[in-house]
Design a protein around this ligand. Structure first.
Ligand SMILES: [Zn+2]
Length: 141
């Protein structure tokens, strides 16, 4: 499995994830959230930032069902989904992830036919190859 590459700017994201918190970097000067994490605010150019806790709720902004050729580990799990989730608390932030049936369920645990753009999701965390990563569960209804 591919695991996240943790750089200096993004390290807090993973540290909070390890505590079960979804946080997004935000500018401490103008308040604008940004993703991926980086040193400077693209809106006001401030270098001051904070990590804002999100509710963990969002909606599917878009998704794909990757088809072969895939890396061998992923081919074995196809068909699965890769989603872009628009965060309820920061609608301009969209995180890439997977919708799964339970936090530690396999990548192919949700039939792609169940996915809809706009569907509500909530974050869950699980460990993959030693890293705690966010995943997404469909809201009921
Ligand atoms: Zn700013």
């Amino acid at each position: 499995m591919l695991t996240p590459v943790v750089d200096e700017d993004g390290a807090p994201f993973w540290e909070y994830a390890a505590r079960g918190e979804l946080r997004v970097q935000a500018c401490a000067a103008c308040g604008e959230p940004r993703f991926p994490p980086r040193p400077c605010c693209p809106h006001c150019r401030s270098f001051d930032s904070e990590w804002r806790r999100m509710s963990g709720r969002g909606r599917i902004w878009s998704y794909v069902v990757p088809h072969p050729p895939l890396l061998p580990d992923y081919a074995a799990q196809a068909p699965y989904n890769a989603v872009l989730v628009e965060l309820a608390d920061a609608p301009r932030i969209r995180l890439v992830g997977n919708v799964v049936a339970a936090p530690d369920a396999p990548l192919d645990s949700v039939d792609p036919a169940r996915l809809r753009i706009g569907a509500g999701v909530r974050v869950a965390f699980t460990e993959i190859a030693g890293v705690i990563v966010p995943r997404w569960l469909l809201e009921r209804g």
